[in-house]
Design a protein around this ligand. Structure first.
Ligand code: SAH
Length: 355
């Protein structure tokens, strides 16, 4: 059982583990279902609010357990779009961010899985800030719960694991969080509304397929050429595109879903005619679509090296690029930049004051 400050973190526990916990303190195991309902449907953060628990049990829970893993410390809204950024503090005073992106009938919450990130992708602010630690499953889930509570009636309709960190390098905690979000006892989300995004850890992609969660998978492609991808994403030197493609084909087949390829448009790096040909060849191998993403500046973190030299492909050229891909019969979407003014856009999440 996971204890911090000698307290049990109830949100790190699965339903089965909660049953064991209640049995261990001499309570009937149905308390687990009751607690589940309070934590994930009523969204309570205080044992006193668990109305159908006897007073003594409520007190015991408050003394020995924790129901809240994060504190909301700041909420910012973009003045250009309605994107909102939520800054949370962990118990050990690490800072993480989630971003809420409203779009027509959707309200997508982009959540983090790590404090910082070990992958050092050259276009990403989080990568440049380095890696601090994995988030617990409770901390992943609480980003959703605290945001849901904060926004009240507006509902979160989709979750994307595209915030800080590499979800597949925090595999078990990411899966635990997905299991809570999609649990039949929670009013959470359907599997189709959850997307995990990865820079590419092939054996974990295969394991994710085998776990049978059937959530959607996005792959941060950014170049269809091994050498260019290695330059902008050092992880490619360890796990090649070729290995990842084999794993992605397996994932698509096993889960009967199509893979989303994310493609950040970087001037003169991945926006040439040769890139169109290479993308055509690559995407034709498996059910897939491409999300073309204008590069969001990361100048606010004063990057060095190749990161400092990156520019976005001009918007009219992005449109031409997309038209060419569509002529090749590929399914392509352009993801609009959201929340650039509050550094909440893709790849801009980085917090300087993390110790
Ligand atoms: N580690 C995971 C999830 C985090 S990145 C992954 O690599 O997929 C989530 C998304 O943000 C990825 O598609 C990534 O390509 C995109 N992204 C990162 N930096 C960006 C930037 N500066 N501008 C636009 N998109 C960016």
């Amino acid at each position: 059982m996971i204890k911090k400050n000698n307290k049990i973190q109830l949100k790190d526990l699965s339903l089965l583990e909660l049953r064991d916990f209640f049995i261990s303190i001499g309570e009937p195991k149905y308390r687990a279902e009751q607690l589940f309902n309070w934590l994930y449907n009523h969204i309570v953060f205080d044992g006193n609010e668990i109305k159908n628990f006897p007073k003594a049990l409520r007190e015991k829970i408050n003394e020995e357990c924790e129901l809240k893993t994060l504190e909301l410390v700041n909420r910012q809204t973009s003045s250009i779009t309605n994107t909102q950024k939520f800054l949370f503090s962990t118990k050990d005073n690490k800072k993480i961010e989630s971003v809420l992106i409203p779009d027509k009938d959707r309200n997508t919450l982009c959540i983090s899985t790590q404090v910082g990130c070990p992958l050092d992708c050259k276009f990403c602010a989080t990568g440049v800030m380095g890696f601090k630690r994995n988030l617990t499953s409770g901390e992943i889930v609480d980003q959703y719960l605290l945001t849901a509570k904060e926004i009240g009636k507006e509902k979160i309709t989709n979750i994307v694991f595209m915030g800080m960190g590499e979800p597949l390098l925090n595999f078990e905690n990411t899966i635990r969080a997905v299991e809570i979000f999609t649990h039949e006892l929670t009013k959470g989300l359907s599997r189709k509304k959850i997307t995990v995004s990865t820079a590419g850890i092939p054996h974990k992609i295969i394991e994710l397929a085998d776990r049978n969660l059937r959530i959607k998978l996005a792959f941060s492609l950014h170049s269809a050429f091994e050498d260019i991808r290695s330059k902008i994403m050092p992880i490619n030197k360890k796990y090649s595109l070729k290995e990842n493609l084999d794993a992605l084909k397996y994932y698509a087949k096993k889960t009967k879903t199509r893979i989303t390829f994310e493609y950040v448009m970087l001037k003169d790096i991945n926006d040439r005619p040769d890139d169109i040909k290479a993308l055509k060849k690559l995407c034709s191998q498996l059910p897939s679509k491409i999300n073309v993403i204008p590069f969001n500046s990361i100048k606010h973190i004063n990057p060095t090296g190749i990161s400092a030299e990156l520019d976005s492909t001009p918007y009219n050229k992005i449109k031409d690029f997309v038209e060419h891909l569509r002529k090749e019969n590929l399914t392509v979407f352009i993801r609009d930049t959201q929340g650039d003014d509050i550094a909440a856009a893709c790849g801009q999440l980085a917090i300087k004051h993390n110790s």
